[in-house]
Design a protein around this ligand. Structure first.
Ligand code: UTP
Length: 474
């Protein structure tokens, strides 16, 4: 259905919400411009935007909720190291075996979100393309895809990748994949789909902002846009046809994610969980991580900024933080959970953030604001967690799973340098555990196709093998 090109008709849609300024330049637009703007206006959910701006939608009282929260059912790292049967009833070996069976049966797919604009990094291209490999200069996307290929090879199955882009990243990402022959992934195992967008409104007036005379300012609708995008793109159909039941979810900026880790999948299956999250232990109460908390029997991620001090600082008898589990945005979702959520209209709430948004002012000048001038609306994937039945979290050591590339050089953490240091340190640990000798300055990067994890490395190197210069093992 094409959008109406009749100015009066468009005005009759906009006026009840006091948004007629979007048509201030209508009469000067080319036909192409009119088609674009009319299409964007037709796609707006004006009542929703109005409610979001007026704060009519319920915002949870996190302080109150957090005060009645409990820690989530969990497998802790110590218990994994001691090979003991914890509250979930499976030893690490038993879990790994179950995970391996499921992997061999080809029930796992991978969902990778790569639609963000990477504002803090300031790279200019989608973050997926960032050459993060410390020796190889491999991009984030290459590293993730090589892990998926290594996993598929190990279990002799296809592991499809569902890659979410946004209008901000789609063309560059698809072009990059094509130039690089999809980094060896069979195109039949790759589904690239684009998430939706949301407009921004002026903080003071609630007026929708234009990026130009013939277009709204639109940005990706948050990683929580995943649920609708999976549905609208036909990805569920692809998953069903392939017999995919579990989706390993990760975000593109973290090259340390143990994609498809058999033990994690095994705990997920043993607990008959619809949602298993990888967690790291917080080192201090106010760490800048989302907090896993059970509230009224449902798993939530409560943002650090929403967690009251008295709750954040609670400790149990042994002196450990009561709410120890920090989220790094790595989850296993059952396909059915995604499908159930997608069938409920507007199931995930919008979060509202003040941001600097360049816009066209009432005189038609483009303005680059120096301070936050607009409200943006985003959905977050972790809002799906409360919908999950029997959720669990499994603790991993931070150094083995978490090195997100977020910031431009100079920041204290999460920069290129930080991520590369963690990658090299992990590969050094794996090599040393396999009996190799590395001089202090030796930098060794391991391609996932050489060894996907520490366990695979002894098959690939000789005990006592020396490394004394930068090498990329591939
Ligand atoms: P962030 O929220 O950290 O955003 O996304 P970002 O784009 O990486 O960086 P900033 O905040 O603009 O500096 C975490 C993950 O979620 C994905 C990102 O691509 C990243 O993998 N994401 C985020 C989406 O896929 N879509 C979105 O709308 C937002």
């Amino acid at each position: 259905m094409s959008a109406p090109l009749d100015k009066q008709e468009l005005l009759s849609r906009l006026e009840p919400f006091d948004q007629h300024q979007l048509l201030d330049w209508w009469d000067d637009l080319t036909d192409e411009g009119k088609v674009r703007l009319a299409g964007q206006i037709a796609a707006l959910d004006l009542p929703l935007i109005d409610s979001l701006y007026r704060g009519k939608l319920d915002q949870p009282d996190w302080a109150e909720l957090a005060r009645r929260a409990e820690p989530p059912p969990a497998v802790r790292l110590a218990q994994r190291k001691q090979a003991s049967r914890g509250e979930l009833g499976a030893t690490p070996d038993e879990a790994r075996q179950r995970g391996i069976e499921s992997l061999r049966a080809g029930k796992l797919g991978v969902v990778l979100t790569a639609g963000g604009q990477g504002t803090r990094l300031g790279f200019g291209l989608p973050k997926s393309l960032y050459a993060i490999g410390p020796i190889s200069s491999a991009s984030l996307l290459q590293i993730h895809i090589e892990k998926i290929r290594a996993l598929a090879r190990r279990y002799d199955v296809a592991v499809p990748l569902y890659l979410m882009t946004s209008p901000a990243t789609h063309d560059d990402t698809v072009g990059f994949l094509a130039e690089n022959q999809h980094f060896g992934l069979d195109p039949a195992d790759l589904v690239v789909f684009c998430q939706g967008t949301m407009p921004a409104v002026d903080v003071e007036t609630g007026k929708l902002l234009l990026a130009d005379r013939d277009r709204l300012f639109l940005s990706p609708d948050g990683h929580g846009g995943l649920v609708a995008a999976l549905k609208n793109s036909g990805a569920f159909e692809h998953m069903r046809q392939r017999g995919i039941e579990h989706l390993f979810y990760l975000q593109v900026d973290n090259p340390l994610v143990p994609i498809g880790d058999a033990e994690l999948i095994g705990y997920h299956l043993s607990a008959q969980s619809e949602l298993t999250s990888l967690a790291i232990a917080k080192q201090q109460p106010h760490e800048r991580l989302g907090n896993f908390m059970m509230i009224d029997g449902r798993l939530h991620v409560v943002e650090y900024s929403d967690l009251p001090d008295d709750v954040a600082e609670l400790r149990n008898k042994s002196g450990d933080l009561k709410f120890w589990a920090g989220s790094i945005a790595v989850h296993i979702f059952d396909r059915l959970l995604f499908e159930r959520s997608a069938s409920q209209q507007g199931s995930l709430p919008f979060h509202i953030a003040r941001k600097k948004v360049p816009y066209l002012d009432t005189k038609g000048n483009k303005v680059k604001p120096q301070k936050p001038n607009a409200l943006k609306f985003e959905k977050f994937v972790f809002d799906l967690l409360p919908e999950a039945k029997r959720p669990i979290v499994v603790e991993y050591a931070e150094r083995d799973c978490f090195a997100p590339l977020k910031n431009a050089p100079g920041a204290a953490k999460d920069t290129e340098q930080y991520v590369q240091q963690l990658m090299l340190a992990q590969h050094r640990r794996w090599l040393e555990a396999a009996g190799a000798h590395l001089t202090p300055n030796a930098k060794v990067e391991i391609s996932p196709l050489f060894a996907l994890d520490a366990a695979e490395l002894p098959e690939r190197i000789e005990p006592g093998q020396e490394f004394n210069e930068p090498v990329y093992l591939r």
